[in-house]
Design a binder for this molecule. Structure first.
Ligand code: SF4
Length: 205
């Protein structure tokens, strides 16, 4: 229903795997439009490569990503990721993504500032791995339809999806992107647009 209504989402926006990873870190607590501005600053300076990004100071990085908000914290997170990439995989994103899903997920979660949603976004959208991403939109939509409780834990919700939908990275990619589209445009916090929503029949039983 969502696919029919919104069409393919072509997620995640980004020309390279590193750009997607940086985007996943920068999008925490901010609108995507702000992330785009921050990424553009990095691109203009030719910094979207692990080595060049590792070489600039955290202070300079923070200045460049300022539009994304919480820029000092996020610069620290990006630097933490780059340090991890360098130490564990010799700075190679290709090598990193050759690691098995569960091992890499645990390693990413051990990087300070990378939580479950960010780790799964990196794994799915930059790595093409079978990691289902749960976000605030997922929680809102599926709790409004009674599939999950409002306060359900990330792992619980993820497990529910993994149990009920085919285990395909391509599907996970499109599914999450469609959920975001629905959450942004229709299933808003206040005054959801149920009358025009493709999921309204599901709601009414
Ligand atoms: S029918 Fe209403 S509650 Fe359900 S997803 Fe659509 S907007 Fe949200």
């Amino acid at each position: 229903m969502l696919y029919e209504r919104f069409g393919p989402r072509h997620w995640w926006p980004g020309d390279t795997r590193l750009e997607i990873i940086i985007g996943a870190i920068l999008t925490q607590n901010t609108a995507w439009a702000n992330v785009e501005k921050a990424i553009l600053n990095l691109k203009r300076q030719g910094l979207l490569k692990p080595k060049t990004l590792s070489e600039i100071s955290e202070k300079k990085l923070a200045r460049l990503i300022r539009p994304s908000g919480y820029y000092n914290v996020k610069a620290g997170r990006i630097k933490n990721f780059l340090r991890f990439l360098d130490e564990e995989y010799g700075g190679s994103i290709d090598r990193m993504f050759r690691a098995p899903l569960n091992r890499l997920r645990n390693e990413l979660l051990a990087v300070k500032g990378i939580g479950r949603e960010t780790a799964d976004s990196i794994l799915l959208y930059a790595g093409g791995k079978k990691a289902f991403v749960v976000d605030a939109y997922t929680k809102r939509i599926f709790s409004r339809h009674g599939f999950i409780k409002e306060g359900s834990d990330y792992g619980e919700i993820q497990a529910l999806f993994l149990k009920n939908i085919p285990n395909s990275a391509r599907l996970f990619n499109e599914y999450h992107a469609l959920i975001v589209e629905l959450g942004k445009n229709m299933c808003r916090v206040r005054k959801p647009l149920c009358a025009e929503c493709p999921l309204r029949r599901m709601k009414n039983g």
